[in-house]
Write a protein that binds this ligand. Structure first.
Ligand code: SF4
Length: 301
């Protein structure tokens, strides 16, 4: 079986920057709090926690010291609370997210009804909503617009969670155009990395018989990539590590593809690729015909 690796795998610029900043803080301070997971990847969070990073759910849990916030950013209220409590802040907000925050704030200040295309429960979207101010709405896709009952003649500004798919964003823009707003401002705030990663995943999904998307199951951009692949290739699977692989998926497959979410370290992608490859080779030689992936992984080490 041949294996094709997508052109863009491993950490994106923003996640790499956030992890490096957190590591620097830990080296200097010895310990720090992380407001929520610094990235949506269990393995990286565990490794940082061993170095002294304690994940807290709320600022109330921070007992002095320094708080690291993730590349998804935080709302102005939370930033104010951190400062009010005289906690030190290590702000790893990705510059692309920062740009979306500025856009949301400026639209809100100019009196626009702000539509944010994204996952309502995602920390980045929650913060964008707060930046936009009173007249903001979050929609997952075009179907979510019905509930908003937008009237003709409204002034609408639209932007996106940075990791959304372009197709979904454009679908919402098209549906809003149909409501005949008085003025419509569209800001494509999807980050370049997400766009390139999705495009690369789309390309490779058309060339293979099976697709693996490696990443955290709670990572928004990984889930988006998985949706992109699944739409083209039903035989697409989301795995966090090599331990999630199943032998039966690969029966009769001669070429498989691998891509990864922006918060997946290269090393995990390469480990998955190594296990798939070594198992395929073992299969050819009929050495371990009926063993599990786990056994094969151990054998390959
Ligand atoms: S996916 Fe894009 S916006 Fe999000 S952290 Fe990475 S580079 Fe920044």
């Amino acid at each position: 079986m041949r294996l094709k690796l997508a052109k863009k795998i491993g950490f994106c610029f923003g996640v790499r920057r956030a992890v490096e900043m957190a590591e620097k803080v830990l080296k200097k301070e010895g310990r720090a709090y992380s407001l929520g997971s610094i990235i949506h990847n269990k393995q990286v969070v565990e490794s940082l926690s061993k170095k002294g990073l304690e994940v807290i759910k709320s600022i109330d849990e921070a007992d002095g010291g320094i708080v690291v916030i993730s590349s998804h950013g935080i709302s102005p209220d939370v930033a104010g609370e951190i400062s009010r409590r005289s906690l030190k802040l290590a702000d790893t907000t990705c510059p692309f997210v920062r740009n979306a925050q500025k856009t949301a704030r400026s639209l809100g200040e100019d009196g626009y009804t702000v539509i944010i295309v994204g996952d309502v429960d995602h920390p980045e979207v929650k913060a964008l909503y707060d930046f936009a101010g009173r007249c903001a709405h979050v929609v997952k896709d075009a179907s979510g617009l019905k509930a908003l009952k937008l009237k003709p003649g409204e002034r609408i500004g639209i932007l996106s969670q940075t990791t959304q798919s372009m197709d979904n964003f454009l679908g919402v823009v098209k549906a809003i155009t149909g409501t005949k707003p008085k003025s419509l401002k569209v800001f494509n705030t999807i980050c370049k990395d997400a766009q390139m990663r999705q495009a690369a995943a789309r390309d490779i999904s058309r060339e293979v018989e099976l697709m693996l998307v490696v990443g955290g199951k709670n990572s928004a951009n990984t889930k988006r990539l998985f949706e992109v692949c699944k739409k083209i290739l039903p035989k697409s699977y989301l795995v966090e590590t090599e331990d999630d692989l199943k032998v039966k998926w690969f029966k009769g497959v001669s070429v498989a593809g691998i891509t990864s979410g922006a918060s997946t370290p290269d090393i995990i992608v390469r480990r998955v690729a190594k296990v798939v490859k070594s198992s395929a080779e073992c299969g050819k030689e009929r050495k371990v015909a009926n063993s599990t992936w786990q056994k094969r992984r151990t054998a390959s080490k």
